[in-house]
Design a protein around this ligand. Structure first.
Ligand SMILES: Cc1ncc(COP(=O)(O)O)c(C=O)c1O
Length: 373
């Protein structure tokens, strides 16, 4: 009989936002809008699509394990030395490598409650000890994180901006924090939503720093529209990157992902269009939340966290939206039991969504009237 370690037995498989096809099959709906996975509603970068079409003919060859051309392109774009960069199969994959390369089972990793579920899964599946610190104003409480550091702490994870709350740690806060973190503790700064926050002069932009104990992760899944391709990169001290190459699967990321990412980096027009659309679409969502008195958190990303009166209300809200063809994300698994995360869509998608959001919220308010919520 095979022995499955207790930490694996206790894991819960990752539950992503409901796929559109699945909902269409279940509910026989003619129109479905998915605003549940913080994806880019404009599709992939057109330049990336062209690169993929060309790259297909090279699929008989193994890819370059060092992603040479992509690393050079990233180095140029962000003014970072190539030996400080590693590419991987999305941020998820890089986070798993970072955790397994720099911690052991006896070590503690500190992060916040109410942050990216992927890091919780990664820490738990490797049997590391996860320490979750409560949030402050729906953001990372950096003072409490510092306070939680023990002899066993080896790593701290921050998402900036954060998913699912959309909050941002500013430059001054990050720098003061880094000054106080002991140098033997690695800080992961996950910047998946950097493109949406970058316009803010207070945004720290982690790739500009060269702390000896910080590694920054970025993804092409969001503003570049390549979530399905799986491609991301990490920037950190050369010794850290060298170690990560030792644990990375050799032919990751795949050939098409590497070539598409090079093209996407060059697609300034698409990036600009994505950021502009996001701003307009978020404005429509804010207006809807304000009109309907739906509590929400100011965002620096492409989604907004709304806070429903109770967990049950949030569950019903997500289900009633599903019944009407709108997929939103109940973020109970992220640790926010009454939270519903809704991302920006095309203008048409967002308008469709706000109609449903308003209707469902008022319906549930009415239904729960006697409960005084
Ligand atoms: C904070 C954060 N980090 C990482 C990821 C995953 O990125 P990738 O698609 O590159 O694995 C996400 C995706 O939702 C995210 O919200």
């Amino acid at each position: 009989m095979i022995n499955i370690p207790p930490f694996v037995q206790n894991l819960v498989p990752y539950k992503a936002g409901k796929p559109i096809d699945e909902l269409a099959r279940e509910k026989k709906l003619s129109k479905i809008v998915k605003l549940a996975s913080a994806e880019n509603p404009l599709g992939p970068s057109p330049k990336a699509v062209e690169a993929i079409k060309k790259g297909v003919l090279g699929l008989n060859r193994y890819t370059d394990p060092a992603s040479y051309d992509l690393v050079q392109a990233i180095a140029q774009k962000y003014h970072v030395q190539p030996n400080h960069i590693i590419c991987g199969h999305g941020t998820d994959s890089l986070l798993a490598y970072i955790v397994s390369a720099f911690t052991t089972e006896d070590d503690e990793i500190i992060t916040s409650e109410g942050t990216f579920i992927g890091i919780y899964v990664t820490i738990r599946k490797t049997g590391r000890k996860l320490i979750q610190v409560p949030m402050k104003n729906h953001g990372f409480d950096l003072a409490k994180i510092l306070h939680a550091i023990s002899d066993k702490t080896r790593m701290i994870y921050l998402a900036n901006p954060n998913n699912p709350t959309g909050t941002m740690i500013n430059r001054e806060e990050l720098e003061a924090f880094m000054e106080q973190v002991p140098k033997h503790i690695m800080v992961i700064l996950d910047e998946a939503y950097t493109a949406y926050a970058n316009g803010n002069p207070e945004y720290p932009n982690g790739v500009r720093y060269d702390y000896e104990n910080m590694v920054v992760t970025r993804t092409f899944s969001k503003a570049y529209g390549l979530a399905g391709l799986r491609i991301g990169f990490a920037v950190g001290p050369d010794k850290v990157i060298e170690a990560l190459y030792k644990v990375k699967l050799p032919f990751e990321p795949n050939l098409l992902a590497q070539q598409a990412a090079i093209a996407a980096l060059d697609d300034e027009e698409f990036l600009k269009k994505s950021i502009e659309l996001n701003k307009k679409s978020l404005a429509i969502l804010y207006e809807c939340f304000n009109e309907n008195n739906i509590l929400h958190v100011e965002t620096s990303t492409n989604f907004i966290l709304t806070l429903m009166p109770t967990e049950e209300f949030a569950r019903d809200f997500a289900n009633e939206c599903l019944n009407r063809g709108l997929i939103v994300r109940h973020v109970d698994t992220f640790g926010i039991s009454n939270g519903i995360r809704i991302n920006s869509g095309t203008i048409e998608e967002t308008e469709f969504a706000t109609g449903i959001i308003g209707e469902v919220y008022q319906l549930l308010k009415e239904k729960n009237k006697t409960k005084n919520i």
